[in-house]
Design a binder for this molecule. Sequence first.
Ligand code: ZN
Ligand code: FE
Length: 269
Amino acid sequence: MDKNTLLQVWPIPAFDDNYIWRIHDGSAALVVDPGDAGPVLKYLERNKLSLSGILITHHHADHTGGILNLLEALGSDLPVYGPVGDGIPGRAVVAMQDDKIEIPSPRISLKVIEVPGHTLTHIAYFANMQANVVEPMLFCGDTLFASGCGRLFEGTPTQMSESLGKFASLPKNTLVYCTHEYTLSNIRFALAVEPNNLNLISWSDRAHSLRNQKLPTLPTTIGQELQVNPFMRCDQPEVIAMAKEVSGQDQLPTTAHVLAVIRAWKDRF
Ligand code: ZN
Ligand code: FE
């Protein structure tokens, strides 16, 4: 296989609404967050791909549940990358902020970004443009969703706000591969926060038509999320005003305060 063959990224649907992303060059593949081994093994076989590694963003079972079965089926020497801490079965390589992961096949260079919030040790994987990557790519687990963000199971609003801030500074054309198809319900909430956001209204139409055709609404992009995602827009006057109205607080001094209000509202929406 030519080392410069453009990499492709495709979703393997799992459970009700998970996507297990596979990155491949036509012969070798990586998978991100394989919560279930069955669909991964089926796709590898059907597309005649070999698995060369597993990337894990955080310890939740719907992202890690397939690791051991994949290792058992394909070889226990398969590298598994993941965040610090317990709870990731079979993990051999701990990935920390700014670590560079160089995978020979499919050839890709990934940078690790620590993004606490959904869990305390959550990480994301970022691939900047390279010989076989035309647009930057981000595998963000349950930190960022199209028009939404992960629940704060372990971290604080401040941590999530800083984590989303790290994403906001990535190139706008970065393709964002989220792990769940939550887009339509996220849009419903986002429209409650920003009923007059024209970008959001037209995105809502596009997303509904994709789902009507049973197509994924992902990947999204960083540029798009900066326009339509209330959790990435906690510095915008309309979002701040709505957060004040909903919380009854007349002072929300930082974006983290705004995010705390919006996230708590979404939890009961
Ligand atoms: Zn999760
Ligand atoms: Fe999840």
